[in-house]
Design a binder for this molecule. Structure first.
Ligand SMILES: [Zn+2]
Length: 330
């Protein structure tokens, strides 16, 4: 009897010790070896409204927000600048013409997340494969040894990216940018068959890239993000505050992401910079007004946005949000 009770006691003790071990959640901060960011120019919120089987299967176990807010100027350079730098366009001041004509170096006051990744990981591979070339010299710094490739066709770009990963590449931080959706948006508007077809095409490219990462074992410790800079008006084009322009997609998949979650309503596309730095274990500088959204990672409550850094932007974003809500049905 005494022996039986001591065995029972031992079993209970082991069980009590084992529970915390099993219950422990993996840590997001620094918990990832790789961050892969896929940028889709001009796609706005429209992954939700088009048949996108690849996006849907990838992010069925991820977190998605189709109403993440853009910069208040819904133009490409303003938004890619903020997505990669974590500050409002009022700080980095990039415009489409300005980034076309500069060679950005890391002495800039608001460097991109590539510069922070380079400082944290001096020997790591960092890569940027873009359709729209100015991102690679006007936003991502030219003096920090980033492997940069520019290919002016989305299908060809996908082939080049897949070859890159199939040849053993293992970048710490990877960014790519597709432009076909934006071109169709300008030509035909966001209600056109051509625009929807381009989103379906880019859905295929996203699926190919994701499957290539998985096949090469890079998603075991990888965080996969899809983000858009802005959408398009019904008749095409973008510059204003309508919902079609200012609602964008931010989608995140990784081992510490809450499956099927919707990020909190304050999410902005510039938060991708905070998410990437956090996942790689890099402290975010105080001046950044991007943040890790709530209801995204299992072990992160969601951070407060540092609006003091970007106060004018925070006020105008609130003001223009009213306009966006009023144009939800346009
Ligand atoms: Zn754009």
């Amino acid at each position: 009897m005494k022996k039986a009770s001591s065995i029972l006691l031992s079993v209970l003790l082991i069980a009590l010790c084992a529970v915390p071990a099993f219950a422990e959640t993996e840590q997001t901060f620094g918990g990832y070896e790789h961050v892969f960011i896929v940028g889709v120019d001009g796609a706005g919120r429209f992954f939700r409204e088009v048949d996108t089987p690849n996006f849907d299967r990838i992010f069925a176990e991820g977190a998605v927000d189709y109403t993440a807010r853009t910069e208040t100027v819904t133009v490409s350079a303003q938004n890619w600048g903020s997505i990669l730098k974590g500050v409002s366009y009022l700080r980095h001041l990039h415009t489409n013409p300005s980034i076309a004509n500069i060679e950005q170096d890391s002495s800039t006051r608001y460097p991109s997340i590539f510069t922070y990744a380079r400082r944290a990981f001096p020997d790591a591979e960092l890569s940027s494969y873009v359709h729209w070339g100015p991102i690679n010299h006007g936003i991502i710094e030219t003096d920090i040894n980033v492997n940069k490739v520019s290919v002016g066709d989305d299908a060809e770009l996908t082939d080049v990216i897949c070859d890159y990963f199939n040849n053993g590449a293992s970048p710490k931080l990877f960014f790519c940018h597709f432009d076909g959706v934006d071109e169709a948006g300008h030509d035909k508007g966001s209600n056109s068959a051509e625009y929807r077809e381009q989103i379906m095409a880019v859905d295929g490219y996203i699926g190919r890239i994701y499957d290539t990462l998985e096949a090469n074992g890079l998603m075991e410790n990888g965080l996969f993000i899809v983000v858009s800079d802005h959408g398009h008006m019904t008749l095409g084009g973008h510059f204003g505050w309508t919902a079609r322009e200012t609602n964008t997609t931010v989608a995140v998949k990784g081992k510490t992401v809450i499956p099927g979650a919707t990020m909190d309503s304050d999410t902005r596309n510039r938060d991708v910079s905070a998410i990437a730095l956090y996942a790689l274990g890099i402290e975010r500088p105080d001046y950044m007004s991007s943040r890790v959204p709530g209801n995204l990672f299992k072990d992160v409550e969601g951070e407060k946005r540092n609006i003091k850094c970007d106060l004018i932007d925070a006020i105008t974003a609130r003001f223009t949000w009213i306009f966006t809500v009023l144009t939800q049905w346009i």
